[in-house]
Ligand binder design. Structure first.
Ligand code: FES
Length: 129
């Protein structure tokens, strides 16, 4: 686990564990961020599931030009397709490009019994249908 988040009644299912492979395509999911509709995503890096808000720290745009494609060719960094910002997959910190000093905003994720969930908090809330 990327942190010590435990499952709770408010944990929300994202996808099956088998849907995200190491360094492969991510899975997007809807949420609200500070009350605004937004998209989160999960990817797998160093065997752990990592969850982030799909919003570049440089300009608030989604990272994946092709939906679900977050890793650049080497599989070592997450990349914003628009102007090439690179982020560390394990911390979300900017590793190069125009995001200088910025970070992706982490979403708490939990992997349990071959399923992946996210955990709402004060900032990230579920979308009300
Ligand atoms: S919008 Fe992401 S690198 Fe510019």
């Amino acid at each position: 686990m990327p942190d010590s988040t435990e499952m709770s009644e408010s944990s929300i299912f994202i996808c099956e564990s088998s849907q995200i492979e190491e360094g492969g395509r991510g899975v997007r999911f809807p949420l609200t961020a500070a009350g605004e509709d937004a998209i989160g995503f999960v990817v797998r890096f160093e065997q752990e599931v990592r969850g982030y808000l799909n919003r570049c720290a440089h300009v608030p745009m989604e990272l994946d030009w092709n939906q679900g494609e977050f890793f650049e060719a080497s599989g070592l960094y997450l990349m914003c397709a628009t102007h090439g910002a690179l982020y560390e997959p394990d911390t979300g910190k900017c590793a190069g490009g125009p995001c200088r000093g910025g970070s992706l905003k982490q979403i708490k994720v939990i992997e349990k019994e071959q399923k992946i969930f996210w955990q709402p908090d004060d900032f990230f809330r579920p979308v009300i249908a």
